[in-house]
Design a protein around this ligand. Structure first.
Ligand code: SF4
Length: 385
């Protein structure tokens, strides 16, 4: 098992539910901050009690995501961070990220988050166009986002990421280009550019089914994605994962753990965890309803809703499709050591086919997506599962 660990904490509360959102989050008029943070810390203590060797690991990252973690008062975030850090004997020092919604922060709260130990801020800007923000049901304006960015800088954050979405109903390539240009002018260390996908169970899913909203065509989405790749590269960003770009040295260490099949523990309602051993690895996930999560923690210390042991073939597949998300691709030696198998032998047929189609590129050391493969990555991944 990995000697380094990442901790994810899920905060499942939001001011209101965005119509495209399928994250585990609920709109809450008030948040049981104290009880929820207590539950998260109790859960961590229960994991360590069950596996005492966990506390000997080096804590590399803490990622507080949601939902809207910036709704939690900085004093509770401070308690959360210091208790997590104290639970591990070694720290790297950790990258500690907080996701912030621009509609929920002030200059003072961002300063307090920084003082609480957050050293990386991920701001959910999504768009810098008010019409798009309205379509997305966001609670903030473009002006709020720009203010939030300015407050973050004056609070002393020197590792700021911003999230943007493209492919919004009614969005043109020109509007997306403007979003990118405004974002680039801010010079954040990290930019995530996600293509909007519509998931079953969301309001957008029903609206699209009823013919009330229309997404840009696949061709338009490809044009928007290429705009992101080209403009961000020109501005000095390094494209390191399908949806993620950063200045050198500012890649998300936490998310890189996911794409490298490294161990992490997810705490909180609906959080997922992964351990690379025993055998071919194990995944588990928590009760998603926050009240049920807290009740289970109160009664049993853990709130595990499901668990699965990976079969050998499943571990290989995950290694391939997570590894190929990284633009640097999969190192053959890494795959051989981790999975005790040769990537080229296991997937000779798929690799040959995708190379012929111009989607994959390989040399003696690694296998990676080509530009065409990046643009059509879902078709590439489908070949391996
Ligand atoms: S703020 Fe984020 S997590 Fe909350 S509903 Fe909107 S998209 Fe979902």
């Amino acid at each position: 098992m990995d000697n380094i660990i990442g901790i994810y904490v899920h905060i499942p509360y939001c001011v209101q539910k965005c119509p495209y959102c399928d994250f585990n989050s609920i709109a809450a008029a008030s948040i049981p901050e104290n009880a929820y943070i207590d539950a998260v810390l109790k859960e961590l203590a229960a994991h360590i009690k069950q596996r005492p060797s966990l506390s000997k690991k080096t804590l590399e990252t803490i990622y507080i995501g949601g939902g809207t973690p910036s709704l939690i008062s900085p004093q509770y975030i401070k308690r959360l961070i210091s208790s997590i850090r104290q639970s591990f004997s070694r720290a790297n020092p950790p990258e500690i990220t907080l996701e912030a919604n621009p509609g929920t922060v002030t200059k003072n709260s961002l300063t307090a988050f920084r003082d609480a130990g957050i050293n990386r801020l991920s701001i959910g800007i999504q768009s810098l166009n008010d019409r798009m923000l309205k379509t997305l049901g966001r609670i903030h304006s473009a002006k709020d986002s720009l203010k939030c960015y300015e407050y973050a800088q004056s609070a002393g954050f020197d590792n700021i990421g911003i999230d943007l979405i493209f492919g919004v109903p009614g969005q043109s390539a020109g509007e997306w280009a403007k979003d990118l240009e405004t974002a680039i002018r801010l010079k954040p260390e990290h930019i995530s550019a996600y293509n909007l996908t519509i998931e079953e169970g969301t309001s957008f899913f029903n609206l699209r089914k009823g013919g009330k909203i229309f997404l840009p065509s696949e061709e338009e989405e490809i044009i928007m994605y290429e705009l992101a790749m080209d403009k961000l590269k020109e501005a000095g960003y390094h494209h390191y994962e399908i949806s993620n770009f950063s200045f050198n040295g500012f890649e998300s260490r936490h998310n890189l753990r996911y794409w490298s099949c490294m161990d992490y523990i997810g705490l909180g309602a609906g959080a997922h965890s992964y351990a690379s051993s025993p055998d071919w690895g194990i995944r588990w996930w928590n009760e998603s309803d926050p009240a049920a999560y807290m009740r289970h923690i109160q009664n049993m210390g853990l709130a595990i809703a499901g668990k699965e042991k990976l079969a050998k073939e499943e571990a290989w597949e995950e290694g391939v499709f997570l590894g190929l998300r990284r633009i640097a691709g999969i190192e053959m030696d890494w795959f051989a050591v981790k999975f005790n198998a040769s990537l080229k032998d296991l997937y000779a047929h798929q690799i040959a086919k995708l190379r012929r189609e111009g989607m994959l590129d390989e040399d003696a050391h690694s296998l990676r997506l080509t530009r065409k493969g990046i643009l059509l990555s879902n078709a590439v991944f489908a070949e391996f599962v």
